[in-house]
Design a protein around this ligand. Structure first.
Ligand code: PMV
Length: 310
């Protein structure tokens, strides 16, 4: 019986389809080369450490029938290179690696479908109404086309991307004041107030997400700059981008580039990580440096959850 395990799971960026994906529209996502690593050890003490995560994990586990009937003591150590609270899937990567690690320790199993299901339960406890896209891409890795058809029925396919998107730069607009749950609730409020407008926006977003897919598959000559600009325009219309972030994005556009939020965004203060593109990436890097803005360069399409050591 395994008593100690090291597992890791990647963060992600949503290339297109955030928020719309909660309402059954498709999204295109990619895992990244930033990961969470958990060291999980059986413990004689009957608790999960750190205590902060213990409650939601245990509730999530018990909800998943037959997974964990008895209390189990675990000690958990965590290291992560995924920026927190920025729309890069840090909480989902923690949920996925917890699910994988605990699954291994408790039942010596490593089944991706089960891991994903359990991670989704953990995410649900944290976010209320997540689409499941974050935990799915963190579990399976790569580029994914994902759709939530009903509350519990999701479909996804791996996308064999012909492009690595190596020329995109991630720009940190700063941590949003709101968390994902608050932003998802905000969209649900405006959906209730103006369903026709929001549905129209989501339909346009679906078309655009498909165009991004064509771009990745090299099926059509599309301009990445235009795709990103159009995406950002819809997200601004939805109201999930703050004024200061819009200003930052306009400056990037004026330099000949484009940028969009990725993930839930933020309204009051900042809006998290931006996917930015310029045909000459150093223009973005110099702009960010000159303005004291943090940038990140990531590799996309990386491996999903992994048992590193047992
Ligand atoms: O937690 P974030 O910032 O990666 O946002 C997740 C993406 C949303 O579409 C806004 C919510 C969801 O559950 O899909």
């Amino acid at each position: 019986m395994t008593s100690q395990v090291v597992v890791s799971a990647p963060g992600k960026i949503i290339i297109s389809g955030e928020h719309a994906v909660v309402y059954g529209y498709p999204s295109l996502v990619s895992s990244i080369d930033k990961r969470v690593e958990l060291r999980i050890k059986r413990s004689k003490k009957n608790y999960i450490y750190p205590a902060k995560v213990a409650n939601f994990i245990l509730r999530g586990l018990r909800k998943t029938e037959g997974f964990l009937n008895n209390k189990v003591g675990l000690e958990i150590g965590m290291e992560s290179t995924i920026p927190v609270g920025r729309g890069m899937g840090s909480s989902a990567a923690i949920a996925v690696s917890l699910a994988a690690g605990i699954s291994k320790i408790v039942s010596n199993k490593s089944n991706l479908k089960e891991i994903n299901k359990l991670a989704f339960e953990i995410e649900r406890l944290q976010h209320g109404n997540p689409s499941g896209v974050d935990n799915t891409v963190s579990t399976y890795g790569g580029f994914l086309w994902f759709r939530k058809e009903t509350k519990d029925f999701k479909t996804f396919s791996k996308v064999k991307s012909g492009r690595k998107l190596n020329d995109i730069v991630l720009i940190d607009s700063g941590k949003p004041t709101e968390n994902t749950k608050q932003m998802v609730n905000f969209v649900s409020e405006i959906y209730k107030k103006n369903p026709r407008k929001v549905e129209r926006l989501f339909q346009s977003l679906e078309k655009l997400t498909r165009n991004f897919l064509r771009y990745l598959l090299n099926e059509e000559e599309l301009s990445l700059r235009e795709l990103i600009m159009e995406n950002e325009n819809y997200l601004e219309n939805l109201g999930v981008v703050s004024e200061s972030t819009k200003k930052l994005i306009r400056s990037i556009e004026n330099l000949g580039g484009a940028a969009k939020i990725t993930g839930a965004g933020g309204k009051k203060g900042n809006s998290g990580i931006l996917i930015a593109y310029h045909p000459r990436p150093y223009v973005l890097l110099n702009f960010a440096k000159g303005n004291g803005i943090t940038t990140l360069q990531v590799k996309l399409g990386r491996k999903g959850v992994k048992v590193e050591k047992e």
